[in-house]
Write a protein of this length. Structure first.
Length: 337
């Protein structure tokens, strides 16, 4: 097991270097001038101002020199300075990351609980009304665009019914709790403000459902297919022949083996939700990494774009690593191979 884990860990910095290299090349060869987000149009027409800005941000050097300078700075924890916020990119990401993580955790609870539950129920009730309804719900969640489902759910549950609040992490007149973790729900509880906790939790409901619905559909389909395959195995039929209760057959004998294929989609879904919440955060005015990346792309803020790309690469690599370890824990044959 130790050899298996060490082998996976040694691959992470190599792959991460490749991700950084590709992202750096793409961000520097696009036909756009990053100085347009720093200088006004009048300054852009001034050669001296342009030269000074290039020297300040290191754009007066060759692409190779810029690359090695950037890599050297990364080793020191310096991801550059944002052209727009004028703050270190690492600080911008550190400030916005808790909001995205909080939303991602809530979305994964929705996705995993709903997806696994629907998948198991659909497999047990194969070809019955429950199975067809679950598959239809999963198909709609996987097919409907996030911007459409987000706007529709906001219109129904926030505007017309008034059951849930609108965009934002808190109500417009509320003040954020004292920052300890960056998670408004946890910080509210640590501050002893239960009413603000419920306020933050209610604001999480709609964006978490919108973000997690698509993943829920994928998880439920994988779990259903795996459960159907496992429930047809000889050892499951033997357990039933011995008189085991159906709940014991399903959850003790079938469920664990059926979860092995589902681990892949669950692991990568965490990374996808954490880095791909762009539309959801834009619709719900959620001040996280997704909204930050949109503003960075609109302003041609290359340091910020690079920072988000590196964060995405790290998240996907860690998700892949955790998934591999999960495989090894669930199936001993994998760690012995």
């Amino acid at each position: 097991m130790r050899r298996y884990i060490v082998g996976r860990i040694l691959l992470i910095p190599i792959v991460l270097l490749g991700i950084v290299t590709v992202a750096f090349i793409i961000s520097h060869v696009v036909p756009a001038n990053p100085l347009s987000s720093v200088l006004s149009q009048r300054q852009m027409d001034n050669p001296e101002a342009v030269a000074a800005a290039k020297a300040k941000y290191g754009l007066d050097k060759s692409l190779i020199q810029q690359y090695f300078i950037y890599i050297g700075n990364l080793f020191r924890g310096d991801a550059g300075t944002s052209f727009v916020t004028k703050q270190p990119v690492a600080d911008d990401i550190r400030h916005r990351l808790p909001a995205t993580i909080e939303l991602t955790i809530a979305a994964m609870v929705v996705a995993i609980a709903g997806g696994v539950g629907l998948g198991v129920l659909a497999a047990v009730r194969h070809n019955k009304l429950t199975d067809h309804a679950g598959r239809l719900f999963s198909l709609v969640g996987s097919s409907v665009p996030v911007y459409w489902s987000g706007l529709v759910l906001l219109l129904i549950f926030s505007v017309h019914l008034g059951w849930l609040p609108g965009p934002g992490r808190l109500d417009s007149r509320s003040v954020a709790p004292p920052e300890r973790t960056g998670f408004y729900t946890i910080d509210s509880l640590l501050d002893g403000d239960v009413s603000k906790f419920w306020e933050a939790a209610r604001h999480l409901v709609l964006p978490a459902i919108v973000l997690g619905w698509g993943v829920m559909g994928s998880v439920s389909r994988i779990v259903r297919a795996s459960m159907l395959d496992v429930l047809g195995q000889d050892y499951v039929r033997t357990a039933r022949a011995k008189g085991a209760r159906e709940s014991v057959v399903v959850f003790r004998h079938a469920f664990r083996n059926a979860m092995i294929p589902a681990l892949t989609i669950v692991g990568f879904s965490v990374a996808f939700l954490l880095t791909g919440a762009v539309l959801t955060e834009s619709i719900f005015s959620w001040p996280g990494i997704g909204q930050y990346s949109v503003k960075a792309a609109q302003a041609l803020d290359f340091p910020a774009i690079m920072g988000v790309c590196i964060l995405g690469g790290v998240v996907f690599l860690l998700a892949n690593f955790v998934t591999d370890i999960g495989y090894a824990l669930v199936d001993p044959r994998i760690r012995l191979s």
